[in-house]
Design a protein around this ligand. Structure first.
Ligand code: FAD
Length: 466
C-alpha cells in the first residue's frame, strides 16, 4: 500500500550530500516546507560520510562542514532510508511525485512537492580488465566508503590504482588505518595535478599532506602505470600485473611487474548519477571531457520547469563546489516560489564568483586526468565486460562483426547492461568500446522495486530503453 503524504511540500530535495543539505537549509530557513530525502541511514552523502557508531569526535574540514550544514537545516523534514526509484510530474501536471521505498520492509511512499531538486551525486567510474571480477577487486570509492562509514579496512595488503586525485586520499587513509599499501599506480602522468594546484593553493597543501603521509608509510607512488590484470586462486585476489603505459595507456613492451596484494582499490574518476533527471527528460550537456551532466542555468534550474540540480549531477567537482551549487539552487527555489525573480537575479556576487572559480578548477582537474582509449588493449576475448549478464569482450566483438555499430545495437545483440545494475557499471565501457562517448541511459526505474508497487502507480508509458 503506497503511503501518500497529504500536504505537498514546497520543495523535495533528493540527496543529502553537501549539495542537497545546503539547498534544503537555504529553502527551509526562508520559510519553505522542505522534504530532504536520502537512501542512506545518515545525512552527509559521500564526502561527509562517517560511522554510525561510535560517533567520532568532530575533527577536520569534513566534520566542520557537516556541523555547519546540519545546524543550518532549520525545519526541513529529513527522511533518511528513503530510496527514490522514480520521479514524475504530479497529479494534473502540478508539481512532482517522488516515489520511494523505505524501511526494512521496503514500504512504498510517495512525496508530492511543487518543486524538485536533484542532488544525487556520483558513483565510481569502472573500466573492465582481466580479473576485475575476482573477490578482492573493489572500487576506490567503495574502499573509502567502507573505511569512513564502517571503520572497516578492505584488506591487509592493498594496491591502489586508476587515475585522478582521489587515489591519494584513499591510499593515505588506508595507510593511516594500518593497512600495507603496496603501491599507488596512476595511469596518467605523475605530475598531472601540479599546474592545477597553483590555481587553488589550498588543494596543493592538501595534496602535499597526502604525499607526506604516503612517504611516512613508505608507500610507492608511480605515474604512467596501470593495473592491466588481476590474478587469484580459489580464495580471491593474490597479485596484480602492473604495466608501464604510454600517453594513450597502451602497455609499453617489457614494462610489466607483479605486485602481491589481497585487495585492489581501483578507480577512474566518478560518473554523475543521472537516472532521476533523465526520467524527467531534463536536457543533458557534456562536461570538460565529454561525459554527460545535467544542463543547468546560472541558478541551477534544469530545462524542465520546477526541477533544479546541484552538486555532482551537474559535473564532478568535489564537496566545496557541491555545497556552493546547493546554496545557489536553494536561493533560486526561494526566489521562484515567492515569485521574486529580482531576488534570484541579484544573488550574492561573491557566491557566483566562488562557484565559477571552483568550477574552473574542477574542469581543469577533469582535463588533467582523462580516461585514455589504451585501456581497451588490456582486454582479452574472455574478459567479462558486463558482470551481471557475464558478457565477455569476445561476444561484444562478435556483435560488432555482425554490424552493431553503436552501444544500443551491441546491447540488443550481446546483452551487456541487461542485468541487475542496468548498465550502471559497464554502460560507459560498452559505449566507449562501441566507439561512442558515454551517454546517460534512460531508466524508468532508478532502484529495484516490487511489481506490486509498480502496479499501484497511475498508468503511464515511460520510454523503456532496456
Ligand atoms: C563512493 C564514493 C566515495 C567518495 N569519497 C570521497 C571522499 O572520501 N573524499 C572526497 O573528497 N570526495 C569523495 N567522493 C566524491 C564526492 O562524491 C563529492 O566530493 C561530494 O560528496 C559530492 O557531493 P554531492 O552533494 O553532489 O553528492 P553526494 O555527497 O554523493 O550525495 C548524494 C546523496 O544522494 C543520495 N542518493 C543518490 N541516489 C539516490 C536515490 N535514488 N534515492 C535517494 N537518495 C539517493 C546518496 O545516498 C547520497 O547521500 C566520493 C564519491 C563516491 C562516489
Amino acid at each position: 500500500m503506497t503511503d501518500h503524504d497529504a500536504e505537498p511540500y514546497d520543495l523535495a530535495v533528493v540527496g543529502a550530500g553537501p549539495a542537497g543539505l545546503a539547498a534544503a537549509g537555504v529553502a527551509a530557513r526562508a520559510g519553505l516546507r522542505v522534504a530532504l530525502l536520502d537512501a542512506g541511514p545518515r545525512i552527509g552523502g559521500q564526502y561527509l560520510r562517517r560511522p554510525a557508531r561510535p560517533d567520532p569526535p568532530p575533527r577536520g574540514a569534513p566534520a566542520a562542514m557537516l556541523a555547519r550544514l546540519r545546524d543550518a537545516l532549520g525545519d526541513a523534514r529529513v527522511l533518511l532510508g528513503h530510496r527514490v526509484w522514480a520521479v514524475e510530474p504530479g497529479p494534473d501536471g502540478d508539481g512532482f511525485a517522488v516515489h520511494c521505498l523505505t524501511g526494512r520492509e521496503e514500504r512504498a511512499r510517495t512525496i508530492v512537492a511543487t518543486r524538485l531538486l536533484i542532488a544525487t551525486g556520483a558513483y565510481d567510474r569502472v573500466l573492465p580488465f582481466p580479473g576485475w571480477d575476482l573477490p578482492g577487486v573493489m572500487t576506490a570509492g567503495g574502499v573509502q566508503a567502507l573505511l569512513k562509514g564502517d571503520l572497516v579496512v578492505a584488506g591487509r595488503r592493498v594496491v591502489v590504482a586508476g587515475t585522478g586525485p582521489f587515489l591519494l586520499p584513499v591510499a593515505a587513509s588506508l595507510a593511516a588505518a594500518g593497512t600495507t599499501v603496496a603501491g599507488v599506480f596512476e595511469a596518467g602522468g605523475r605530475l598531472a595535478l601540479a599546474p592545477q594546484a597553483l590555481v587553488r593553493p589550498g588543494k596543493a597543501v592538501e595534496a602535499l599532506g597526502y604525499g607526506c603521509r604516503l612517504l611516512r608509510h613508505r608507500v610507492p607512488y608511480k605515474g604512467g602505470r596501470a593495473v592491466v590484470a588481476a590474478h587469484g586462486d580459489g580464495g580471491g585476489l593474490t597479485h596484480v600485473t602492473v604495466a608501464k603505459v604510454d600517453a594513450h595507456w597502451r602497455p609499453r613492451p617489457g614494462g610489466h611487474e607483479t605486485v602481491e596484494c589481497d585487495t585492489l582499490a581501483v578507480g577512474y574518476g566518478f560518473t554523475p548519477q543521472l537516472d532521476l533527471p533523465a526520467q524527467l527528460g531534463c536536457a543533458m550537456a557534456a562536461d570538460a571531457v565529454g561525459g554527460p551532466v545535467v544542463r543547468v542555468d546560472r541558478r541551477m534550474r534544469t530545462s524542465v520547469a520546477g526541477v533544479y540540480a546541484a552538486g555532482e549531477t551537474t559535473g564532478v567537482g568535489g564537496a566545496d563546489l557541491a555545497e556552493i551549487e546547493g546554496v545557489i539552487a536553494g536561493r533560486a527555489v526561494v526566489a521562484d516560489t515567492m515569485d521574486m525573480p529580482a531576488a534570484g537575479a541579484s544573488m550574492d556576487i561573491r557566491v557566483r564568483v566562488r562557484r565559477l572559480r571552483l568550477a574552473g578548477f574542477a574542469r581543469a582537474l577533469l582535463r588533467a586526468y582523462p580516461v585514455r582509449d589504451g585501456w581497451m588493449s588490456w582486454l582479452r576475448d574472455d574478459t567479462l565486460v558486463c558482470r551481471c549478464e557475464e558478457v565477455p569482450y569476445g561476444r561484444l566483438k562478435e556483435a560488432r562483426d555482425l554490424g552493431a555499430s553503436d552501444a544500443r545495437s551491441i546491447k540488443l545483440l550481446a546483452r551487456p547492461g541487461m542485468g541487475r545494475c542496468q548498465g550502471r557499471i559497464c554502460g560507459e565501457a560498452v559505449a566507449r568500446l562501441a566507439g561512442a562517448g558515454p551517454a546517460p541511459l534512460r531508466r524508468p526505474i532508478a532502484q529495484p522495486v516490487r511489481l506490486g508497487d509498480l502496479a499501484e502507480m497511475d498508468e503511464r508509458t515511460p520510454d523503456d530503453d532496456t
